[in-house]
Design a protein around this ligand. Structure first.
Ligand SMILES: CC(C)(COP(=O)(O)OP(=O)(O)OC[C@H]1O[C@@H](n2cnc3c(N)ncnc32)[C@H](O)[C@@H]1OP(=O)(O)O)[C@@H](O)C(=O)NCCC(=O)NCCS
Length: 144
């Protein structure tokens, strides 16, 4: 039985451990504990965890910017994959975003993670021809 619920402070250690295991190749600036704290300050109700018999086995971190919804850190523990947890997490994310008026959900997949595309296609997502650009803003807060 899978229970999907909003993140609680007591989940921090388990979430950080899951992310370190699942996203072991993540860039060095993705620091789990820092990312958790940042998310708790913004739309924390859109930070979901999946639990199986009281063990935390999945996460999804979503947000709505007033135009599009986004999801990050969708992760299911390797020991619990292919049992529908990822699908269920995404269904909760979609329902939560739709409930606050979000018309469309976007997500990015790293180029070195092509297998996950098959998962998202199963859930009805399509590849959109876009170029993804980014710029770090945390340096601005340290500039005089
Ligand atoms: C992607 C991920 C969340 C999927 O979780 P999961 O619980 O195993 O997925 P589900 O069991 O809900 O699968 C849903 C559907 O996708 C399919 N699917 C899941 N993983 C797949 C894969 N690697 N390749 C092909 N199809 C896949 C399943 O067969 C299932 O289809 P079905 O309902 O017709 O049987 C999980 O593999 C994961 O944590 N991956 C590493 C982290 C990651 O890459 N996250 C995404 C960041 S963008």
């Amino acid at each position: 039985m899978i229970d999907i619920r909003p993140y609680r402070e007591s989940d921090e250690e388990a979430v950080a451990a899951l992310w370190r295991e699942v996203f072991s190749a993540a860039p060095s600036w993705n620091h789990p504990e820092t990312d958790i704290q940042r998310k708790l300050a913004v739309q924390r109700d859109l930070f979901l965890v999946a639990c199986c018999e009281d063990k935390l086995v999945g996460t999804a971190l979503a947000g709505y910017d007033g135009h599009r919804g986004w999801v990050y850190y969708l992760a299911v523990s390797p020991t619990h994959r292919r049992g529908g947890i990822g699908r269920e997490l995404m269904a909760h994310v979609e329902k939560s975003l739709a409930a606050i008026g979000c018309p469309k959900l976007n997500l990015q997949v790293r180029a070195d993670n092509p297998l996950v595309v098959a998962f998202y296609k199963k859930l009805g997502y399509t590849i959109e021809e876009r170029i993804s650009l980014g710029k770090r803003l945390d340096v601005l807060s340290t500039e005089g």
